[in-house]
Design a protein. Structure first.
Length: 407
C-alpha cells in the first residue's frame, strides 16, 4: 500500500466513525477502483453505521460487476486492513487528497491554455476557483481545564543529562529535532549519547542505516562506562571486565531497541506506531539522507521534502518525539559556523523541525589527532525557546559527551 487513496480507504475500514468527519467526494479519487470502494463504503455506512468486509461481501453483491469484481475488491480490502497504520487525525489525509486534486486540476488548466483551448482570463478564473477550494471541518471543543493542561507543558519537557543544553533547548514531547553537522564531527555519537541517557526514562528506538550492530553496541557500552572502544575487545584487568559487563547489563536493562538496515518512511512510520502503543516513544534516525522509498519520477529534493513532512506528521499523529541526524551541503565552509540554509538537499529540514542543533568543530583540521576536543553546540532554531551557542567536551575514544565545567 503506497498511495494516499489507499491510506484513506484503509483508515475508513479500520475506523468507520471517520465517516462522520468525511467531507471529501469521490471526484477527488483518481483510481477508478478506489472511487468505487469509497462510494461502497459511504453506502454501507449510511445503511448500517459501520464498514466491514464481511458486510460488503454478504449484502452488496449486486453492486459488483465485470469492472469491479467482488473477489478482487475483497482481496484489496483485506490487504488494506492488514497494512493500514491507525492515526487520529483523519482531516490531514482529506486535506492532502484535496491538495493533490487541486494541483492536478490547475496543471490541466495550464495545459489547456498552452494549447490555446482557453483564454488568459478563463485560465485565471479557473485557477482562482480551484485555489479557493478548501475542506471545512469542525474543530474539537475543549474545556478550560483541558486547555490549561494542554498549555501547561512543564511535564512534557524531555530532560537529558547534559543539563545546560537540556534547559537551553527545552525539547518537548512530539518535537522533531534535527541534529546537523559536517561529516566526522560527531553527530552519530551525540545522538547515541542522548539515546543511551534517555532510554533510562523513556521507551527509545534507534534506526541505524549506516553502522553495523557491533559498531552501535560498542559505542553504547563505551558511552555508558566511559571505557575506550578499543579496550572492549582487549580486556587486560578484572576491573575492566567487571566494568564492561556492568555496562552491558545497564544497556540491556535500559528501555531501548536498535533497528539496523535500510528504512523507508513507511517502515519507520509502522515501527514507531507499534512502539508508541505502550506510551511515549523517542525515535532516533541516523540519518535523513538514507531514508529510502524514492519514486523513480521524484528528485532527491522532492523525496526528502516528502519524507520530512511525513516525519513531522508522525510526531503529531503518534505519541512520539524524533531526533533526526542530517548532513550539511558539501559546499559548506568547514571553518565557519553552520547555517540553516546549509542543511543538505532540502529546505524542509528547516521548515518541519521544531529545533535544529548544529555540532561544529571550529578547529577541525588541527584537532584530528586529539583524543578529546571541544565542540560548539549551536541552537540555530528553537520554536519555543532560545537560540544561541554553548560548548561540550567530546571524547573520541569513548564517544562520550560531557559538559565543560569552568571554575
Amino acid at each position: 500500500m503506497n498511495d494516499l487513496e489507499d491510506e484513506i480507504l484503509g483508515l475508513l475500514l479500520l475506523n468507520p466513525d471517520f465517516m462522520k468527519q468525511c467531507v471529501i467526494s469521490d471526484e477527488l479519487f483518481l483510481n477508478g477502483t478506489n472511487k468505487f470502494i469509497f462510494n461502497l463504503f459511504k453506502q454501507q455506512y449510511s445503511d448500517s453505521k459501520t464498514i466491514s468486509i464481511v458486510g460488503l461481501a454478504e449484502n452488496y453483491k449486486h453492486v459488483f460487476n465485470d469492472n469491479f469484481k467482488i473477489n478482487e475488491i475483497i482481496s484489496k480490502l483485506s490487504e488494506l486492513m492488514s497494512e493500514v497504520i491507525p492515526v487520529n487525525n483523519f482531516s490531514y489525509y482529506q486535506e492532502t487528497l484535496l491538495a493533490r486534486y487541486i494541483q492536478n486540476k490547475i496543471l490541466h488548466v495550464v495545459d489547456l491554455y498552452k494549447n490555446e483551448k482557453i483564454s488568459t482570463e478563463e485560465m485565471l478564473d479557473q485557477i482562482h476557483k480551484f485555489e479557493s477550494m478548501s475542506i471545512k471541518t469542525e474543530a474539537g471543543k475543549k474545556s478550560a481545564e483541558e486547555i490549561f493542561k494542554l498549555i501547561n507543558s512543564k511535564n512534557k519537557s524531555i530532560k537529558f543529562r547534559l543539563k545546560k543544553l537540556s534547559d537551553y533547548v527545552d525539547v518537548k514531547e512530539q518535537d522533531l529535532v534535527v541534529i546537523g553537522a559536517r561529516p566526522s564531527v560527531g553527530k552519530t555519537a551525540f545522538m547515541l549519547n542522548l539515546f543511551e541517557d534517555l532510554s533510562k526514562k523513556y521507551n527509545c528506538i534507534f534506526f541505524s542505516m549506516e553502522m553495523s550492530e557491533i559498531q552501535i553496541y560498542r559505542r553504547l557500552v563505551s558511552i555508558n562506562t566511559a571505557i575506550p572502544i578499543k579496550c572492549l575487545n582487549m580486556i587486560e584487568t578484572d576491573y575492566q571486565r567487571e566494568a564492561i559487563e556492568s555496562g552491558c547489563k545497564n544497556i540491556s536493562n535500559n528501555n531501548l531497541k536498535v533497528y539496523f538496515g535500510g528504512q523507508t518512511i513507511r517502515t519507520l512510520k509502522r515501527t514507531i506506531a507499534n512502539e508508541s502503543k505502550n506510551g511515549h516513544v523517542i525515535a532516533f534516525i541516523d540519518y535523513a539522507g538514507l531514508i529510502g522509498g524514492k519514486n523513480s519520477n521524484q528528485s532527491i529534493y522532492e523525496h526528502l521534502t516528502s519524507v520530512l513532512k511525513e516525519l513531522r506528521r508522525v510526531t503529531l499523529d503518534f505519541d512520539c518525539t524524533i531526533f533526526l541526524a542530517a548532513q550539511l551541503n558539501r559546499n559548506a565552509d568547514d571553518k565557519k559556523e553552520p547555517k540553516l540554509s546549509e542543511l543538505k538537499e532540502t529546505g524542509e529540514l528547516e521548515q518541519s523541525a521544531t529545533e535544529v542543533i548544529f555540532l561544529h568543530n571550529e578547529n577541525f583540521e588541527n584537532t584530528q589527532s586529539l583524543k578529546e576536543i571541544e565542540l560548539s553546540i549551536i541552537i540555530a532554531k528553537n520554536r519555543d525557546g532560545k537560540t544561541g551557542k554553548t560548548k561540550l567536551k567530546y571524547n573520541r575514544e569513548n564517544q562520550r559527551f560531557e559538559e565543560i565545567n569552568k571554575y
